[in-house]
Design a protein around this ligand. Structure first.
Ligand code: BT5
Length: 326
C-alpha cells in the first residue's frame, strides 16, 4: 500500500470515536486533501464504512468483519506507532522466518511484519516442523532491532509470550498459561509457539526475528494425528470463530508497549508479569536438554530469563534451552 493509504488507515484507527478533518489527515499523511479524499473513496469501494460530515471530516464506522489478514485488514484498527506498520502478506510461503531474515538484511525497518495464510515448511526450534495450514492460523514473523547484546535475545521470547497472553485474553476471554520458554497453553494444550532468531555479532544484535505461530480457527479434527491430543485453537477454546486481524492488532499493541517498557526499565517488570502467567514455576518438572534430562522443582527464572531447576539433591541448575515435561 502507498504511504498515504497507510497513514490514513492508522490515523482513522487511532481515533475511532471522533471525526478527523481532511486537513488533519492530509497533514499527517503529508499529501493534499484531494489525495485523502481519493483514498477514502477507494476504501469505501473495498467495503469499509467511513462516514463523512461537512465541516467535521471523516470517521471510521466499522472495521471489516471478515477474517482476513491482508495489509489493509491489519492496518485498520492497529494502535501502534511502529510495530506492524509495514506488512508483507503472502498466500503461501515456506516460512515467514525465512522471508523476515531476508528483509532484515535488506534493511527493512523495525516493526516490519511478515504474515502468511499458509506455510509449507513452517519451523519450530531445533529443526522441528510447525504445522501451518491455510487460512486457519496466524503464522507471522516480526522484525525488531534492539540495541542490545545477543545474550538478551531469549528475554524477547518471554516478553512476546506475555504480550500474546494478554492479546488472547483481551479478544477471547479465555485463560492462557505460559510453559517455559516458548509455549502458550490453554487447558494444557498448545495453542501458540514462539521462535526467536537473531542476526548478530558477538557484541550486538543486528536483527531479532520473532516468529509466532498461533492456531486460531481450526476444529479439533483438523489437526493431524500427531497433534490432535496436544494442540488446541482459540476457536475450540472460545467456542466461536475468532478474528485473526484482531489478534494480530492486539498482539502488536501489547508487544510495542512491553518493548518500550523493556528498553526503559529492563527485564524486571516483564519478569514479574511472565511469572504471573507461568505454569511450570513451583512445580516438579523434567527438562530434556542436549546433555540429558534433569528433574526437579522449577524455582523461577533469572534476570536473564534462564530457568532455575532445583534437583532432588538440592542442587540448582540453570537451564538455557530445553523441552519441559510437567
Ligand atoms: C515452537 O517450536 O513452538 C515455535 C513455533 C514457531 C512457529 C512460527 S509460525 C511463523 C514463524 N515461521 C516459522 O517457520 N516458524 C515461526 P517448538 O517448541 O520446537 O515446538 C515444535 C513442536 O510443536 C512440534 O514438534 C510439534 O510437536 C508441535 N506443533 C507443531 N505444529 C503445531 C501446531 N500448529 N500447534 C500446536 N503444536 C504444534
Amino acid at each position: 500500500a502507498s504511504k498515504i493509504r497507510e497513514s490514513l488507515l492508522v490515523s482513522l484507527s487511532a481515533h475511532q470515536d471522533e471525526y478527523l478533518s481532511g486537513e488533519q489527515l492530509a497533514k499527517e499523511a503529508g499529501c493534499s486533501r484531494t489525495a485523502i479524499w481519493k483514498h477514502i473513496e477507494e476504501l469505501r469501494k473495498e467495503g469499509i464504512t467511513i462516514d463523512s460530515k461537512r465541516k467535521k471530516g471523516y470517521k471510521l464506522m466499522q472495521l471489516s468483519q471478515q477474517d482476513n489478514i491482508t495489509e489493509t485488514d491489519i492496518l485498520l484498527g492497529l494502535q501502534t506507532t511502529s510495530l506492524g506498520r509495514s506488512i508483507h502478506h503472502y498466500d503461501a510461503v515456506e516460512s515467514t522466518q525465512k522471508i523476515a531474515h531476508k528483509l532484515a538484511q535488506e534493511h527493512a525497518p523495525e516493526g516490519t511484519l511478515v504474515i502468511a495464510e499458509e506455510q509449507t515448511a513452517g519451523r519450530g526450534r531445533m529443526a522441528r516442523s510447525w504445522h501451518s495450514p491455510k487460512g486457519s492460523g496466524i503464522w507471522m514473523s516480526l522484525l525488531l532491532r534492539p540495541e542490545l547484546p545477543p545474550q538478551k535475545a531469549p528475554q524477547f521470547t518471554l516478553l512476546t509470550a506475555v504480550a500474546l497472553v494478554q492479546a488472547i485474553e483481551d479478544i477471547c476471554d479465555v485463560q492462557v498459561e505460559i510453559k517455559w520458554p516458548n509455549d502458550l497453553l490453554i487447558n494444557n494444550r498448545k495453542v501458540t509457539g514462539i521462535l526467536t532468531e537473531l542476526q548478530a555479532d558477538s557484541e550486538q544484535i543486528h536483527s531479532l526475528i520473532i516468529g509466532i505461530g498461533m492456531n486460531v480457527n481450526q476444529k479439533q479434527e483438523d489437526f493431524p494425528k500427531e497433534l490432535v491430543d496436544i494442540a488446541t485453537s482459540l476457536a475450540i477454546e472460545k467456542g466461536s470463530e475468532v478474528s485473526r486481524a484482531a489478534i494480530v492488532q492486539r498482539t502488536m499493541y501489547h508487544l510495542e508497549k512491553y518493548y518500550h517498557l523493556y528498553m526503559e526499565k529492563g527485564f524486571a517488570p516483564i519478569k514479574l508479569l511472565w511469572e504471573s502467567y507461568a505454569i511450570s514455576i513451583g512445580r516438579h518438572i523434567t527438562a530434556r536438554t542436549f546433555n540429558g534430562s534433569i528433574s526437579g522443582i522449577a524455582s523461577g527464572i533469572t534476570e536473564e530469563g534462564v530457568l532455575l531447576l532445583e534437583d532432588d539433591q538440592g542442587a540448582v541448575h540453570s537451564i538455557y534451552s530445553a523441552d519441559i515435561e510437567i
